[in-house]
Design a protein around this ligand. Structure first.
Ligand SMILES: NC(=O)c1ccc[n+]([C@@H]2O[C@H](COP(=O)([O-])OP(=O)(O)OC[C@H]3O[C@@H](n4cnc5c(N)ncnc54)[C@H](O)[C@@H]3O)[C@@H](O)[C@H]2O)c1
Length: 463
């Protein structure tokens, strides 16, 4: 099938590439000319595991092409996916200017039947808006071409986007046009081969499903974070509590980790936008307001621990930072909790040496003026002479480090762990002060006790 994908960001690029992988003829449009130039030279503007090779393969087979020519892109696909950004406005509502611009472009150039499929996360009612924009352009042109609008929200997760797209747990399709529905069922058939996972519904329900899913997930995270803060005070261990509640099938183990708050390009803006929609309709989503509030507070939990440990005086101190991206396997820095920490430490007169396996270039781009922040070549390289290590992203490479080497490199053996990667008692035995989230905090007195209970070498030899 001939498919056009409008927008070559995280969602657009993955959508275009995965559709090409199954043999479709895909043209991907972006108004950002430098992005298209990079893609046409074989570069990839984002990090997503497996994406680069897949793009390469499909470009070589001429199934995937990139353009900034709008007329060409509209002429190409019967199916036109819209995958442009919907960032938040000042008031938290979704900014639809890019979606509307894409719709205007389609209306201005289309001459034959088109199916416009909205993959961007958009408020309920946007389908009607897109339809009206295109119809207005057609009227201006005196053209009576028919078209259908479909809501097909995307549920892929950055870091696992290709797998999510190739093996979706569901494809939500808000479609009220039979021809469009047949075309999309045919397009998605290879992705749902072993059993049908296409959920056909009306456009408004499809639009709302995306926000409802993100609201539910953000709620889980904020609740776990608040429970973790309480567990820490009560002397309970949130990791054990997590296992205890996750065993209940009504709760499940997924997405139950306590940490430094959610970030990224979706949850913060979608939680806000859904509240905004509710307010505009005279309803308050009280739970979501609390979820957002709790998340903002959680982003400061590590900061409070650091302040407390160093008696508030951080000027002249030097910190090592592991992890910049808002989660592992992506270079996305949008609303990353690391940014809140970096801003705070630098404002206090501290310096930072940071390492992230893939997000350092993006970090430099989004924080170009962060004097006092430098980047290292590897996890060990940034530890030298740091007063403490702070872990902000749970990359695999950070999970089993050489603690003896770390201790030798750090000027103080102190770890603030925003992702609960290590076992508190084990770190105590290694002689580390350790401050995780919602678990036992290992401070100097506890290290002394842990080291005393360790059998001495002499005693072992005697035995
Ligand atoms: N990133 C995710 O994990 C994710 C997951 C599910 C849904 N979504 C939603 O998908 C949408 C896109 O998100 P993203 O992360 O891919 O955004 P992004 O910012 O990475 O990419 C958007 C791209 O669209 C381009 N663009 C803007 N206006 C355009 C136009 N008129 N014509 C052509 N290109 C245009 C931009 O230049 C940019 O390259 C958002 O609504 C987002 O909420 C994102």
């Amino acid at each position: 099938m001939k498919v056009t994908v409008i927008g070559s960001g995280y969602v657009g690029l993955v959508t275009a590439t995965c559709l090409a992988e199954y043999g479709n003829d895909v043209l991907c449009l972006d108004v950002d000319v430098s992005k298209i130039e990079l893609l046409n030279q074989g570069g990839v503007p984002i990090y997503e595991p497996g994406l680069e090779e897949m793009i390469k393969r499909n470009r070589a087979a001429s199934r995937l092409r990139f353009t900034s020519n709008i007329a060409e892109s509209v002429a190409h696909g019967t199916i036109q996916f819209i995958a442009v950004g919907t960032p938040p406005n000042e008031d938290g509502s979704a900014d639809l200017q890019y979606v509307v611009a894409a719709a205007n472009h389609i209306g201005r150039h289309m001459n034959t039947y088109k199916v416009i499929v909205n993959k961007s996360t958009v408020p309920v009612g946007t389908g009607d808006k897109v339809r009206a924009v295109i119809a207005a352009q057609l009227t201006l042109r005196g053209l009576n071409a028919s078209f259908a609008v479909v809501a097909n929200p995307e549920f892929l997760k950055e870091g696992a986007a290709i797998d999510d797209f190739m093996r979706p747990d569901r494809i939500v399709m808000g479609c009220e046009d039979e021809t469009a529905s047949d075309l999309l069922h045919a397009l998605y058939a290879p992705f749902v081969r072993n059993h049908d996972r296409i959920l056909l519904m009306d456009i408004r329900s499809a639009e709302m499903t995306k926000y409802a899913a993100n609201a539910m997930l953000a709620t889980r995270i904020s609740l776990m974070n608040e429970l973790a803060n309480l567990a820490e005070i009560l002397g309970a261990d949130i990791e054990l509590v997590r296992k205890g509640i996750g065993a209940d099938p009504r709760i499940g183990y997924h997405f139950l980790y306590a940490g430094v708050g959610y970030g990224g390009s979706c949850f913060p803006k979608d939680v806000q936008a859904l509240q905004r929609t509710a307010n505009e309709n005279g309803i308050q989503l009280r739970v979501l307001a609390a979820v957002e509030h709790a998340n903002l507070a959680q982003k400061s939990v590590i900061i409070h621990k650091i302040k407390q440990r160093f008696a508030g005086n951080l000027a002249g101190m030097h910190f090592a930072l592991w992890g910049l991206a808002f989660k592992p396997n992506t270079d996305d820095m949008r609303d990353a909790p690391s940014r809140v920490l970096i801003e705070y430490l630098l404002a206090q007169g501290a310096t930072i040496a940071a390492y992230d396996p893939v997000a350092m270039i993006e970090a430099q781009r989004v924080m170009p003026h962060a004097t006092g922040l430098r980047y290292g070549e590897g996890p060990q390289a940034v530890l030298k002479q740091a007063d403490a290590l702070v872990v902000m992203t749970e990359w695999k490479a950070f999970r089993s480090p050489d603690f003896a080497e770390m201790k030798a490199l750090l000027s103080q053996a102190i770890i603030f762990d925003g992702r609960n990667l290590y076992e508190p008692q084990y770190l105590a035995k290694q002689g580390f002060e350790y401050y995780p989230i919602g678990r036992e905090q290992i401070y100097p007195a506890l290290i002394a006790r842990a080291l005393m209970t360790e059998p001495s070498e002499q005693a072992l030899n005697l035995a």
